[in-house]
Write a protein that binds this ligand. Structure first.
Ligand code: FCB
Length: 440
């Protein structure tokens, strides 16, 4: 067994996906509220996070379930607009109090809170002023960070700034599948830049307000494979790696954008001084790695700007989301991150799978495919550790079934099954598997 004794076992969620109570106790509107309510064509079944898992009212029950699984840590995010309904300015005491009660409940249960400041639910009031495309967003985020760290810094040690900033920028502003649903590559690069600067601006505030703080950021990282052995496909894989992975990793660890990518996408870049991204390269206590799948690409001259297209290997095993199950990719990714960036530590801040779970007549939920997914990925993780990757913990995605963004409630990722009509929670077999794994 490569897992060291102090290896940390946890599970993750995010605010918009589980809390519900979208307009309760003074919470301000978020971009996801607006998107679900006004662009239902982009969200399956016209679902929204209005109620979700009603975690806002049921957090005590949910922490008790975490104890049943034996979790040592819980990764959650704060809904910025619960705390600052307008994104900046007046603080909503009731919103702060919710997170205070949640943290106290976790600490009393012996579960370490891992707090993410931003997991995609931008306050709509700030979006109305351009959101992350506005250079002022860096200051807005700093202000919010200051409020949260002053309030919870005495009880929460582990802070992550952003969850998957790449997705915010490129799915929100280039592919258009997330709010604000834009399809403009230049704006996407501008947004990515400001997210990076905001991370850099938040870091010293966290350091100052939180004694013994541990600072991280979670990235969506996919290892990239060429779909054929010819050199042109190897180059295509390197470009996709630059687009998706290095565009975030190089600024965070080296303070510069990758030069090959800068020249490739030059015509699409906004008129900003790219060297200012240096401020994103603050020392990190850990890199959060969210891993679900790999990318397989082929060179294709017709597909601009990257001149590549994605393919699905013919024999691929897939989850209910159509994502390829490829545990070896996790080993490869982690070993590569260690070699190229040497982070002080890494945590798998998300890893998991969606399957079509059914409640059986006896009330249990049998999910052998999810168990197999965890088993193979934990084995892959063990191999990475054996090969020198400094991974210190693992957070299963997700603690419970929840609002899976544009897929609505159709896609279930939870260790815990949620019946959305009754809000009844049931531990799936995978939760019992995970409990035994943690005990072992
Ligand atoms: C990640 C998100 C997380 C969840 C999983 C399935 O990209 O960070 O909120 O939706 O995908």
């Amino acid at each position: 067994m490569a897992f060291p004794k102090d290896f940390l076992w946890g599970a993750a969620t995010s605010s918009y996906q589980i809390e519900g109570a979208w307009n309760t106790d003074g919470r301000g509107e978020t971009v996801w509220d607006r998107f679900c309510h006004t662009v239902p064509s982009k969200v399956a079944n016209r679902d929204s996070g209005d109620v979700a898992c009603d975690h806002y009212h049921r957090y005590r029950e949910d922490v008790a379930l975490m104890c049943q699984i034996g979790l040592q840590a819980y990764r959650f995010s704060v809904a910025w607009s619960r705390v600052l309904p307008e994104g900046i300015g007046p603080v909503n005491k009731k919103g702060l109090d919710f997170y205070s009660r949640l943290v106290d409940e976790l600490l009393a249960a012996g579960i370490q809170p891992y707090l993410t400041l931003y997991h995609w639910d931008t306050p709509q009031a700030l979006q109305d002023r351009g959101g992350w495309a506005n250079p002022a967003s860096v200051q807005w985020f700093a202000e919010y960070t200051d409020v949260m760290t002053r309030y919870l810094g005495n009880r929460v040690q582990n802070w992550t700034t952003h969850n998957e900033p790449w997705i915010v920028a490129f799915v929100g502003y280039f592919y258009g599948g997330h709010p604000p649903g834009m399809t403009d590559l230049t704006t996407a690069y501008q947004v990515a830049h400001h997210l990076l600067l905001a991370h850099g601006a938040a870091a010293p505030i966290i350091r100052q307000n939180v004694p013994n703080s541990r600072l991280g950021i979670s990235l969506n990282l996919n290892p990239i494979y060429p779909g054929a052995p010819e050199t042109e496909h190897l180059s295509a894989a390197f470009r996709q790696d630059g687009f998706l992975n290095r565009w975030m990793l190089d600024p965070l660890f080296k303070g510069v954008y990758p030069a090959d990518m800068v020249s490739l996408v030059e015509p699409y870049l906004p008129p900003i001084d790219l060297t200012t991204v240096q401020s994103a390269a603050v020392p990190l206590d850990f890199l959060g790695v969210n891993y679900y799948l790999r990318n397989v690409v082929l060179h294709d001259d017709n597909e601009l700007p990257l001149r590549l297209r994605h393919i699905m290997p013919e024999d691929a095993q897939k989850t209910a989301l159509g994502w390829e199950i490829f545990p070896e990719g996790l080993t490869a990714l982690l070993v590569r991150l260690q070699q190229d960036y040497a982070p002080a530590a890494m945590y798998i801040t998300e890893n998991g799978s969606a399957f079509d779970d059914q409640v059986l007549a006896d009330g249990t939920v049998n999910d052998p495919q999810r168990i197999a997914y965890f088993e193979s990925h934990l084995a892959a993780l063990e191999q990475a550790i054996e090969q020198g990757a400094a991974v210190k913990g693992y957070f299963a995605w997700s603690l419970m079934d929840n609002f899976e963004w544009s897929h609505g409630y159709d896609k279930r990722f939870g260790l815990i099954y949620v019946d959305y009509t009754t809000q009844k929670r049931t531990l799936k077999q995978s939760a019992l598997y995970y409990r035994d794994k943690i005990r072992g």
